[in-house]
Write a protein that binds this ligand. Structure first.
Ligand code: NAP
Length: 305
């Protein structure tokens, strides 16, 4: 898609693709519902860069072949989404320490040293928090869920300077595995405490930052919340409630927190900022707030009309 910024008309960019156009993309399975092509192509056209960002449906079994193909055609870089974030790692020549600690890569680019991988979800997650003035060292964060996204949240909170990170899960075996998986990252594992779902009432009452990384409340189940209204009524008015879900906006969880006077953050800015950080790597130039705003608006238009 290409936007004619003078006439504000959205027109097809097919005619703009030439023999010089550079390729970017995203691999996933399924990939049809990915929002990344919308915001990335919008940013590329605004920046007047001769790139195009394409969704590629890729099965895990074909990852090796796909990477060899990407190398052969000179693809500049790509995003990896479910189910490839972990599976891609053995195919990469270098993975940066943050992505290694998280155990997941969402951004890959070709370099002289081969395929490089990082995880820009961490930057995306902390981006809206950085604007809020807090002494992060004193903040008590509580993370609901211990899946893939929770791993980027843990790394992000460590980067922000939190001196403890509490993770709450419903499955004791998976929680134990989660804890174990951080043992090669001493700085992070020293901050990490795991808790069982039954302890939520006291954890919610003590939290300064409550992050939902479970899919509870995501469209089309917008009437659900990971925490009941009764327990949410215990949240501190000065707490921040952050939901990684971006549709609906706000989620039930955020609505309940807002009723108590808490500051709320939904997952849309995380999505935009992880994309902006990836784009910065691929095109080798900083992505301004103005461009991030344009990416945000393209997503809002797509999601909410
Ligand atoms: P995931 O790996 O499947 O993890 C989901 C976690 O939620 C697991 O720990 C799971 O527990 C827990 N959970 C699910 N249902 C639950 C329930 N009824 N009660 C308690 N815990 C429950 O998924 P993910 O990749 O981390 O994604 C999680 C959410 O984050 C999704 O909504 C996704 O859209 C969102 N997300 C947003 C962004 C963004 O940019 N804004 C980025 C990434 C993810 P079990 O392990 O026990 O099943």
């Amino acid at each position: 898609m290409w936007v004619d910024h003078n006439s504000k008309k959205i027109i097809s960019n097919m005619g703009l693709i030439s023999g010089k156009t550079k390729l970017l993309g995203i691999i996933g399975d399924p990939i049809e519902h990915s929002l990344s092509p919308v915001m990335q192509n919008e940013a590329l056209s605004h920046l007047d860069l001769d790139f195009v960002y394409i969704p590629f449906p890729v099965k895990v079994a074909n990852l090796g072949q796909v990477l060899a193909g990407f190398e052969a055609i000179g693809l500049v870089g790509f995003n990896a989404t479910i189910p490839h974030k972990q599976a891609i790692i053995p195919f990469l020549n270098e993975v940066n320490p943050t992505a290694k600690a998280i155990g997941a890569v969402n951004t890959v680019w070709w370099s002289e040293r081969g395929w490089q991988g990082t995880n820009t979800d961490v930057i995306g997650f902390i981006s809206p928090l950085k604007r809020i003035e807090r002494n992060w060292n004193k903040v008590k964060p509580v993370i609901l869920g211990n899946g893939g996204a929770a791993r980027a949240v843990v790394a992000g909170l460590a980067e922000l300077g939190c001196s403890q990170i509490n993770v709450v899960g419903r499955n004791k075996d998976k929680l134990a595995q989660f804890w174990q998986s951080w043992q090669d990252s001493p700085k992070i594992s020293a901050l990490l405490k795991i808790h069982y779902w039954e302890n939520l009432p006291s954890l919610v009452a003590e939290a300064d930052l409550l992050v939902n990384t479970t899919p509870i409340g995501m469209y089309p189940h917008g009437d659900r919340s990971p925490i009941s209204p009764e327990i949410m009524s215990k949240i501190k008015p000065k707490a921040i409630a952050y939901d990684l879900i971006y549709t609906p906006s706000p989620t039930k969880f955020l609505q309940l927190a807002q009723t108590q006077g808490s500051t709320i953050i939904d997952g849309l800015e995380m999505l935009v900022q992880q994309g902006a950080a990836a784009l910065e790597i691929w095109v080798g130039q900083p992505i301004s707030n103005e461009v991030a705003e344009i990416m945000m608006r393209s997503l809002q238009q797509k999601l909410f009309g």
